[in-house]
Design a protein around this ligand. Structure first.
Ligand code: V47
Length: 361
């Protein structure tokens, strides 16, 4: 093994991994350009097992997308629609609560709620939505509104991000999902999502949440026009933010799905690319407790293999996912608890059902 690692030019990285020394930009670039995927997986697995042993987590959750109306219309997104578009929709609060009620006899621990950047929904809509969900199902953890939505909600209310987060928390917000980070690079944002919150602003919202005690996740959308340098910069910026606040729970590399988007001439990601992005994230983000292989985007088979390439979490049962499926995702809409546990056991890992904050259920 040691000879293979030396021959692959990964010796220095192996030594750092063994000694728990943070990898630097050059290491990141080497990992993104090396052809030795099994060895990169081996290195990432060392970190994964040091942090999470043999455990692989999943959560019994439910997704609700309250509206797809969006002013940003990012080029990589097939979900967002302009107001007035025939496929545009928005749910009123009763409809959102009805979605919660439909699953009330199931042991759902988390509801994951995201939507577009809606031009007219008022501040109170978001606050009331959380309150109404908590009234219907007080014990459920609400993971809602990406950092991009939080900044938008704050602007709607004429409030600071910190005050908005406090209002949302008082109404029932438990934590914040990792969406909207995309790739922080100016070049990418200019070309793909010029209307969106900048990378710096996204990080500022996340850190503000952490400072008032709200945990968040982080993502990176890969497989479009990004370069290895831009991905490494993205990961290092997240790592630095985590050094400051410690408020990130989990990092999720998101595999770009091109169908029905303005980038539909691009090919979907391959399995090797998916596994590499999981592994490099695990290796660079030493201070992130968890790396999620989101089965909805990776497909259950690649997600299962990812459990040996740095990932320790498969997300959850999900139910009714729209963002990936509108972009041509062919995975199922939901997966049962026994199917997830089977995937995990077959990978030689021990399934652990968790709540959103990674407490064992
Ligand atoms: O922000 C949009 C991405 C994100 C496409 O925090 C696309 O645990 C692929 O962030 N192909 C939303 N991706 C989803 C998300 C998420 C999902 C699951 C768990 C968590 C978590 C977060 O989806 C968006 C964007 O980056 N996205 N369009 C597409 N065509």
């Amino acid at each position: 093994m040691e000879t293979a690692i030396k021959d692959a030019g990964l010796w220095e990285i192996y030594r750092k991994v063994q000694e728990d020394i943070p990898l630097n930009r050059e290491d990141g670039l080497r990992l993104y350009t090396s052809k030795d995927i099994p060895l990169i997986g081996f290195l990432a697995n060392m970190v994964r097992e040091r942090l999470n042993g043999n455990q692989a987590y999943y959560v019994y959750n439910q997704h609700i997308n309250y509206s797809n109306v969006c002013m940003n219309l990012c080029k990589f997104c097939a979900f967002g629609k302009e107001k007035g578009h025939p496929q545009a929709y928005e749910m009123d609060i009763n409809e959102v609560v009805e979605k919660i009620r439909e699953r009330k006899d199931e042991p759902v621990k988390e509801v994951h709620i995201v939507g577009g950047i809606h031009p007219d929904l008022p501040y109170e809509y978001y606050v009331e939505m959380l309150r109404a969900i908590k009234k219907e199902r007080p014990e459920i953890h609400i993971q809602a509104f990406t950092c991009v939505e939080i900044a938008h909600i704050a602007a709607k209310g004429g409030k600071t991000v910190a005050d908005t987060l406090k209002d949302l928390r008082d109404a029932g917000l438990g934590s914040i999902p990792g969406g909207g980070a995309e790739v922080f690079s100016h070049r990418i944002r200019e070309r793909l999502c010029p209307e969106k919150l900048s990378g710096r602003e996204w990080l500022e919202v996340a850190k503000t949440a952490h400072r008032i005690g709200i945990k968040t996740n982080a993502t990176m959308l890969y497989g479009h026009i990004e370069s290895p340098e831009e991905k490494v910069e993205h990961l290092l910026a997240l790592r630095d933010a985590q050094e400051e606040t410690g408020g990130f729970m989990c990092f999720i590399p998101l595999a770009f799905h091109p169908k029905n988007t303005a980038l539909d001439d691009l090919a979907p990601t391959g399995g090797i690319e998916d596994l590499r992005n999981i592994a490099v994230a695990r290796l660079i983000l030493y201070n992130f407790p968890h790396i999620k292989a989101y089965w909805v985007m990776l497909g259950p088979k690649v997600a299962q293999i990812a459990l040996s390439f740095g990932a320790d979490d498969l997300d959850g049962t999900v139910m009714e996912e729209k963002i990936t499926h509108m972009a041509g995702g062919e995975t199922a809409q939901a997966i049962s608890r026994s199917e997830i546990e089977h995937l995990i056991r077959q990978a030689g890992r021990e399934p652990v059902e968790r709540d959103t904050l990674y407490n064992t259920v």
